[in-house]
Design a protein around this ligand. Structure first.
Ligand code: C5P
Length: 243
């Protein structure tokens, strides 16, 4: 069998050329990194859980008409996705203060924000994904005004969907990050949600106890990351066979 062509190796995923033109195979690794890869570990089973969870969230988005890159899951660690031109921004939506916004603005973690707050970081590992303003994005041509309108609309729709799904299983969606990419359909171009949606890219707190069920468990040494992600998967009814 021919070896697949590797397109890109990231911190938590590897991308390979897909079987049909315009497709990519997204392989979920067990590697966990934090603080711009200063802290790293291999957490057995994380890749499988994130593959299943991202499938679950992306399929849910498809069902409510939010365009995204997911085509189908191929196996426990891989999914087939639509190729797109990634906009070089991390789009963060926050419902409650935590993490960097708490540090930056001195807001106590857990404080409900007056409305969902959207932030942008420029995707650049060497720079540590710095926070940028819409002024930077426009001036440096990372996205057009139309792109920004579409990004806000996608981010808020994902927020409504994810908040509702998570609240239904007793979990508060504190914040999350998405990435978006450009695709071309004939003469039209549009933006779709890409990358992954998983506990690696969200903050998820148990509504009753406040227990953290996301990557902060790893960042802050709060216990077993796979136990936390398995709990999310179990509540959503998304359990890998044999787990
Ligand atoms: O660190 P910070 O508080 O800015 O993170 C906000 C949200 O974005 C968190 O859910 C975090 O997991 C996610 N994030 C991410 N990838 C990054 C930076 C943040 O998934 N590179």
């Amino acid at each position: 069998m021919a070896r697949r062509k590797k397109i890109y190796e990231g911190k938590a995923k590897t991308l390979f050329e897909g079987p049909e033109p315009g497709t990519i195979v997204q392989y979920f690794k067990d590697d966990a990194t934090a603080f711009n890869a200063e802290k790293r570990d291999v957490i057995e089973g994380k890749g499988v859980l994130n593959n299943m969870l991202s499938e679950y969230f992306m399929t849910g988005l498809t069902n409510i008409g939010v365009p995204n890159h997911f085509i189908r899951r191929m196996n426990m660690r891989e999914q087939l996705v639509r190729a797109c031109e990634i906009i070089p921004l991390e789009i963060i939506v926050r419902n409650f203060a935590a993490g960097s916004i708490s540090k930056r603005l001195g807001i106590e973690e857990g404080t409900q924000l007056p409305r969902p707050v959207i932030e942008y970081c420029y995707k650049d590992d060497a720079l540590g994904d710095p926070l940028v303003s819409e002024e930077h994005i426009a001036a440096f041509g990372w996205a057009t005004q139309q792109d920004m309108d579409d990004i806000v609309s996608l981010a808020l729709r994902v927020n409504d969907f994810l908040s509702g799904v998570m609240y239904g299983v007793g979990i508060k969606l504190v914040d999350f990050k998405i990435e978006v990419g450009r695709v071309y359909d004939g003469d039209f171009q549009r933006l779709i949600v890409a990358d992954e949606i998983s506990p690696d890219s969200c903050r998820l707190w148990d509504v009753e106890t406040g227990q953290k069920l996301d990557k902060d468990v790893f960042r802050r040494d709060l216990g077993s990351l796979t136990d936390a992600y398995s709990e999310v998967a179990k509540r959503l009814g998304v359990m890998p066979k044999g787990a």
